[in-house]
Design a protein around this ligand. Structure first.
Ligand SMILES: Nc1nc2c(ncn2[C@@H]2O[C@H](COP(=O)(O)OP(=O)(O)O)[C@@H](O)[C@H]2O)c(=O)[nH]1
Ligand SMILES: [Mg+2]
Length: 420
């Protein structure tokens, strides 16, 4: 019943920074003007109400955002890569899919427009214009763009019920759900210990709707205090209700009133949802005998009920057709549930560096500088010179000193080795 799919996404690589120098007619030595690379595009997952399934993600497996372009001369910034937006149905849960089958939750996209960045584009590399200092006026050095990240993403669409079945305990709600759909609710279970509702898909010809049993509407219950978030979400999102009355109850109409009272105590908007009323258990002879009395009592409060037997199936398809008809008439206005927004924003990936001592060598793991080492053009001397000044800027120098570095000690960063 749940729609789920595993896809791979890749954010765009950042464009490389370049080494460039101004060339002007009357300027013998132009300054450095190598521009920065553009950042790579990000992969974004967005909930969109016009999407109704994850089907389209079954064909293709890798989704990539655009790469950033390299910088240009004249301080020209490379164009940034295009973001890739993947639209998914409302109610899609997004997680990182791990190889061992464990998924790491990222976001629950409930409302139209909710979105989450699942792969942030790589930063663009710096051009040589960035590396000018008072003592180094013509740096021959530029940084390579940061590569994009590739992730495996698990999308799971949780169905949300369109129709809720309410009614006094023992009215036959579970029996109706089992009879009208493939769902297997527990029949005759009084306590509702479950925190997740049982859902069933009701098929009517080519069309279908999703139905859930809403338990716990007993006097004073205010709709089950212990119900989980998932439950509340379903209850508030249903568009219409089927109100089931047991024909064998001592006071069917009072039962109905009491349930309605509980509904409005819980949430007024819930009490305003359209109801299709139905009298259940018509297979029982005593119910047949009382039927016209119950009908009269209901018509006093202006209610016309559909008579069924959830147990034998009599009248159930008529009830479902009526529910479908009413459902279609309901405006698509969906009450938004007051839950805190959970939109995940991955941190930029380059925030950290580490310094470790391996043998008698200090090894720097500083992605930003490693990309500089891998960047275009520079001589080893220039690189070392640049690295030393960047170490200061990034606070790596302090960390090295704290780690006890002395002049003459060896340092390594990426492929480059030099002396402190
Ligand atoms: N005779 C008869 N019994 C029914 C019918 N529907 C439900 N029941 C019985 O009524 C009891 C309560 O049913 P259940 O579906 O658990 O009610 P719920 O509490 O509203 O979910 C069970 O013993 C069912 O077998 C029906 O149409 N006819
Ligand atoms: Mg039940």
């Amino acid at each position: 019943m749940l729609d789920k799919v595993l896809i791979a996404v890749k954010s765009g690589d950042g464009g490389d920074g370049i080494i460039g120098f101004r060339r002007e007619k009357f300027v013998p030595f132009g300054g450095p003007d190598g521009g920065d690379g553009g950042s790579g595009g990000s992969v974004i997952i967005r909930a969109d109400e016009s999407v109704d399934s994850l089907r389209k993600y079954r064909q293709k497996k890798l989704y990539r955002a655009g790469n950033g372009r390299s910088g240009g001369g004249n301080n020209k910034h490379g164009r940034r890569g295009q973001d890739l937006v993947l639209t998914v149905p409302l109610g899609t849960v997004v997680s990182y899919g791990e190889a061992d089958g464990e998924n790491i939750f990222i976001a629950d996209l409930e409302r139209s427009g909710d979105e989450v960045v699942v792969a942030r584009g790589g930063s663009g590399g710096w051009g040589n214009a960035h590396y000018v200092t008072s003592t180094k006026q013509a740096p021959h050095i530029a940084q390579r763009g940061e590569p994009g990240g590739e992730y495996s993403i698990f999308l799971e669409m949780r169905l949300i019920a369109d129709v809720g079945v309410i009614g006094y305990p023992n009215a036959g709600k579970s029996t109706l759900l089992a009879s009208a759909s493939e769902a297997k609710p527990k029949i005759d279970s009084y306590a509702f210990t479950t925190v997740e509702p049982v859902l069933g898909v009701v098929d009517i010809g080519q069309e279908s709707f999703i139905m859930a049993e809403i338990p716990g509407l007993v006097k004073g219950a205010h709709l089950g205090r212990g119900l989980g978030h998932d439950f509340l979400r379903h209850i508030l999102r249903t568009k219409i209700l089927i109100h089931l009355i047991s024909g064998s109850s001592g006071s069917p109409v009072e039962d109905m009133m009491q349930v309605n009272e509980e509904l409005s105590l819980f949430d007024v908007s819930l009490a305003r949802k359209p109801q299709v009323v139905s009298i259940n258990k018509i297979d029982l002879p005593e119910v047949k005998a009382r039927l016209s009395g119950i009908r009269d009592a209901l018509s006093v409060v202006g209610v016309k009920a559909i008579v069924i037997s959830a147990a034998t199936g009599q009248g159930v398809s008529e009830l479902m057709s009526e529910a479908m008809r009413v459902l279609k008439g309901v405006a698509e206005e969906v009450k938004s549930v007051g839950v805190p927004e959970k939109v995940f924003r991955p941190q930029p990936r380059e925030a950290v560096f580490s310094v470790s001592k391996v043998g008698n060598e200090f090894v720097l793991s500083v992605p930003e500088l490693e990309r500089l080492v891998a960047g275009a053009g520079a001589s080893a001397t220039e690189l070392r010179w640049q690295l030393n000044s960047q170490l200061q800027r990034l606070g790596v120098k302090k960390a090295l000193e704290r780690a006890g570095i002395k002049p003459g000690d060896k340092i390594r960063c990426g492929d480059l080795e030099w002396e402190w």
